[in-house]
Design a protein around this ligand. Sequence first.
Ligand code: PMV
Length: 365
Amino acid sequence: MTNYINNRLILGAELEGCEGQIAWRSPSNIALIKYWGKFGKQLPRNPSVSFTLTNAFTDTLIEYNAKAIASEDIRLELYFNKERNETFESRVVKYFEELTPIFPFIKQFEFKIRTGNSFPHSAGIASSASSMSSLALGLCTLEHKLFGTLGDDSEFEKKASYVARLGSGSACRSIYSHAAVWGKTPSLPESNDEYAIPLNDEQLHPIFKDFLDDILIVSSQSKKVSSTAGHSLMENHSFAAARYDQAKQNMTVILEALSKGDIETFGRIVEEEALTLHALMMSSRPSYLLLEPNSLAIVEKIRTFRMESGLPVYFTIDAGPNIHLLYPMEHVVEVRQFITEQLSPLCEDGKFLDDHVGEGPEELI
Ligand code: PMV
């Protein structure tokens, strides 16, 4: 395993007047096998796999300027949607502090970070995966600009994924196009807990490469439980050991389904994972009930529609009340009609966000 601690990444005389800017667009991802439970420095208790989305993304511009006078502190200002945001700023300062053993040059600069999401702040969509991955990509680009150390694309991505993981576990999966696996699983010898890896063409059937994910917004309220608090609920959970075993087994089965294009097995597993995540939250101490009556009504309608139409339409759910509808592109017309007629009336202001599996992050300048 690469050791990313590198105290040689420090500039000498060339620091003077060094300035520039870097920008990345990075998407969110939706977990098919859920990461729920962690240990150490954001290491997962079980492997997970996700689809990388397209329309839900964060754009992050990092402006950097060499400090005129050397100092040990982190200097940064953070603007979210053009306005200084002190809550996000202090989170990023803390994150940068934690990253100084990996990127010691961080202390040699002052930063202005300008960031914004494509999706409304109040959509109830977690932005930590897209925002943390866009920052991690920016820092890796800065390292490469200053030191020429990350010219190999695969090394660049591994490091970006590792750094993103330290910001928010699931963010490490957003670095790659289409689908990514994080956490050791025997089916993929290269998989590991430190960073995510992509699924290659043999491992991901073409049917999944443009799969749709329509996000039905049942409520745009922010989360009742932060993901940090959520993960820690697993520490003394009565079902913890059984859950980690289940996730490991589901991982092996879904990886095979993803490679073969077996949508039925895929669908059975993603629905089981979504409902297990919520069952774990309901049965934790304290208990959390994040699904709303309309979330359950939507789940019922999806199952009935699937039975009656014979179409392969499945759901997954994150740690909130909103429902992700997963289905192949070829059925978009029938499924959108179903959404408009039957599901939108159960959504807040009739709202759903259309998204799909996509190409992964993009450097903007
Ligand atoms: O990355 P975190 O700490 O926000 O945790 C993400 C947890 C889930 O979204 C519920 C599952 C996952 O694997 O993304």
